[in-house]
Design a protein around this ligand. Sequence first.
Ligand SMILES: [Fe+2]
Length: 508
Amino acid sequence: MSTDITRRALLQGVGASLALAACHDEGDVDPIPVDAGPPGPPTFVHGVASGDPTSAAVIVWTRVTPTGTAPVTLTVVCELARDEGFADIVQRATFVTSAQRDWTVKLDLTGLTPATAYHYRFVCEGVTSPAGRTRTTAEGRVDRVRFAVVTCSNYAAGYFHAYREIAARDDLDAVLHLGDYIYEYPDGYYGNTRRYEPPHEIVSLRDYRTRYAQARRDEDLQAVHARHPFIPVWDDHEFANNAWRDGADEHMAAWEGPWPTRRRAASQAYMEWMPLREQSDGRIYRALRFGDLVHLCMLDTRVWGRDVQPPDRMAAADMRRQILGAAQEQWLFQEITSSRARWKVLGQQVLLGQFGAFNYLDVWDGYPAARARLFNVIRSMGVANVVVLTGDIHSSFAMDLSPDPTNPMVYNPATGDGSLAVEFVTPAVSSPPLPFIQQAMPEVVRRAMPHLKYRDVWRNGYLVLDVDDARAAATWMFVGNVTDRADRTHDTGPTWLTRDRENHLREG
Ligand SMILES: [Fe+2]
């Protein structure tokens, strides 16, 4: 998501540090990690995490920090137990890590029991990590599923109050992170509450790793990972601002090097540090099932198959333009048309509904033919109960999804007739609001976007999606001032929902 700052002007000030950043590695391996401490036993300072739960498996993660002169490898044992005290350990699994993968540990534990809470921890050379909790999904009949949905956790912009609040909840099946888990920016560019590590724009593999490591030392982020399994996808800032398949708005090849090198580095660090299940071709789009209730499709609208952002709406109208890419698009259509789950939930990055009040084309508005193909499949195949979850835009929105929301022959904003699905947009964890959205005149927005039923363009927080047989309901949860570490205020915002087979919004 663009900030309204003149990027190129600022870059002149940070060019020197960027040049240094670009040359200090090319995917090489540090024999001693940058954060290695004095000689002693290894430590676990980045917490633990779990993710991508199925009814029989879950990913568990940690990182071990070697001290002194690092060995070539370290052997880490994961203990999985049914109880908090680890008296009833049901599985032990071993992982050998090294500098090649930044000393991260990631295991896909299998053979687990459905709908079961587990406790996990790691042991390395006699040192035990903090413990985490996770949960497998249920099979068959499921009455209720509840997700927290988050996006845009910019470390420099503020504290992670939203993560703190989610970590305190006991009622969630998983946390969906829709991307911008880290930001690539240099210090002072987008937020001044905390300093980044490293202070320059991140470009190299070492840079990306260092930025993830910094985030994972945040106690609120550690707490939420330890408490709930995550189901993450990346957006642009895990790479560079307004990324697409073959580049990014703010990738400057002249001094930041070739895009494929940077994309590979960013993607490698993400896979090392995030608790998602990896696929052999590096794609992140995937489906997860919550019994017969929710079929969750996590998408990559960002770098897998996306064509470049168009300069204007004329260029955007090209029928061949892709946001998912042909393979992912076919996969998605197959998933939603063949699913027998009551709700088809799409976790994705950029705004899908028409953003007519704004000339902003880094969203599905820049790829109208791709959006029309999706709407066409939903309508022609009679796919009911599609719920789209969106991040990226630092705002809270609820939208009806219609192919032509300003045409009264196609969509009736008073009744919701003509809506094919609904979209819920989650606010940023800590990134600031976007000025161009705040400044829009309410009357202009109302006329250009009659399908926009709810908006808040000021507050940080998260969203809870609560699903049962009768409805899928989104409740916005807001936090206080993210630049104040001590601010613990939080409040419950409105609820918007869609009832079974209605495919349009109602206020809850
Ligand atoms: Fe963002």
